[in-house]
Design a binder for this molecule. Sequence first.
Ligand code: BDR
Ligand code: CA
Length: 311
Amino acid sequence: MARKIIIDTDPGQDDAVAILLALASPELDVLGITCVAGNVPLALTSRNARVVCELAGRTEVPIFAGCDRPLERKLVTAEYVHGKTGLDGIALPEPEMALQERHAVDFLIETLRSEPAGSVTLCPLGPLTNIATALQRAPDIAARISEIVLMGGAYFEVGNTTPAAEFNIHVDPQAAEIVFRSGVPLVVMPLDVTHKALTTRARVEAFRNLGTPVGHAVASWTDFFERFDMAKYGSEGAPLHDPCVIAYLLKPDLFTGRHINVEIETTSELTMGMTVADWWRVTDRAPNAMFMGDVDAAGFYALLTERLARL
Ligand code: BDR
Ligand code: CA
């Protein structure tokens, strides 16, 4: 039976590729997509999720708009990476499919209560505002979540948004703290992993050579956001962060990490949103997350390309 997942997301080109990877994979049953403010404001992330589902021909997947700002802090967006729309790189038609009327947080709570306990996995690809709000409003759902596999944080790679913090955690550190202290089993894909999942010319050409609208869109998106990371890091390509979450569900052996304690910095402005990972186990704080550190990048791109070819 396919594994039931809910993708919580702020598309974002790499979020878009993650959504496509999930939709292309019969092992996964996408119960819904919940959108949050992050890379761009909520109106755009909830538009972009529909653009992506229409591109994949999957207009039956319900898409919900959620929180339009972090729990306590002012929203910080990342148009400087993702462009004005969040999905810059190729012009795609405005979506025709409707957004669901229910709030994303209500969908999360109601679904987790109505599906069998332990049967639904959450896949957050953006700031954790929707997930934290659901956990705050309905603490009973924590015990019903199978696991949370999320993209966020960094340890050896430190920050991509501030010197200390990764974007998703930096945008809503209070939400991240709630999730990391929830007791729900966590698998974390930090920058330490995603910065090893870099595009190359050959990998982007492999997307383009699929010769499909999906392959063309993925190549165009990657071409677009690559410019930012290549200039910043001097790397050959750019990290496809969010698809690592979905790839883990499909092929966990591609990734290695450690089950350790991870705490979120929520007080110091200087290091706000830092994921303080006890990688070397120098404290007696209880492990709360499988914090990944490495990926088989060739295997990851082979999986991604093979799956995208199915759409
Ligand atoms: C994360 O931030 C966003 O820009 C990407 O979509 C990814 O989820 C990487 O720091
Ligand atoms: Ca994202």
